[in-house]
Design a protein around this ligand. Sequence first.
Ligand code: PLP
Length: 392
Amino acid sequence: MRDDVLTSKLAGFGTTVFAEMSALAIKTGAINLGQGFPDTNGPSAVLDVAVGAIRAGVNQYPPGLGEPELRVAIAEHQRRWYGLTVDADTEVVVTAGATEALAGAMLGMLDAGDEVVLFEPMYDSYQAVIALAAATPVPVLLQPDSDGDIWRFDPAALRAAITDRTKLILLNTPHNPTGKVFDRGELELIAELALEHDLIVVTDEVYEHLVFDGAEHVPLATLPNMFERTLTISSGGKTFHTTGWKIGWMTGPVELVSAALLAKQYLTYVNGAPFQPAIAVGLALPDDYFTTLRSNLQVARDRLADGLDRAGFVTYRPEASYFVTVDVRSARPDGDGMAFCQSLPETAGVVAVPAAAFYMHPEYGAHLVRFACCKQLDVIDAAVERLVAAFA
Ligand SMILES: Cc1ncc(COP(=O)(O)O)c(C=O)c1O
């Protein structure tokens, strides 16, 4: 076999660390706090619609833009939570998860040599889809402040990252893995730079409903003059405990949605027909569904973060999302988070993910490890007990 089978665009990308760590969890029977997926079902009102849709024959290709009832529900969701007006016929497209919307956006908008400014650490698909588009990611570092709970970037570093090759800023808020919610001041700076340099912004807001302690998620598209240049991406997986359904969407001005749709239609074309009406029902659930979702997860966040504190780690308590990050140097003075995670199933019977996987410069995050808190409390308690026994 020739030795250049893999496209050079993907040189340096291997099996994801999530697959490696999940395999370790299965092999060792350890408690898996690695990959971020909930271990309980979502609302039965949502599940029942999907079951009924399959039985009723909603099993063929949905329309290319997505089922109209879901597109209307997405438009209504943007109005209800953020006061944004989007046209369900032209400014909303349903995708195979947020992941496909991101891929569609990068492949549909970027040319070879274009630069994408983004924040590191970052969700692991970003680098790969930018590489597939033959474009160049330019990272700006997020670091915890002195209290350790708010992650910040240096505004001068953001300014300096923008060159005349920059076409796009890719922003994830609320942020994985840090749990940061970009505040209004930070968003204003991003908006100012986008307007000054005529940049497109693609935002990944999949954790939009999972914010804690009264923090406010502000979509960048709501800032003055930003709707026109922002493609907003989200999905139902986190909000309705349906990560395996892969129903996502993008909303924004026709020019941006159309460019991303053009690439998207050659990726999957369409997906998930019977799940689309179910997510439409989910998006229309009353407010207390969403408030209970976030308050339950906040309890789980506290339970895990308190436990990790007790186990002796420096713990970064997230403002949002599924994840709690720790500095493992109390347990592993060499700060090798990867080695820590590889041995964790054996030393403590728990699986976590090395945060280095989220960095373009792994050395910045080598000592950090991410634990998922989107699990039942007794699962978190059992994991904490093991970690305290092993490390406290
Ligand atoms: C920041 C971020 N974006 C996108 C995704 C994937 O979303 P989806 O499952 O809808 O493709 C995840 C999942 O973990 C994520 O953390």
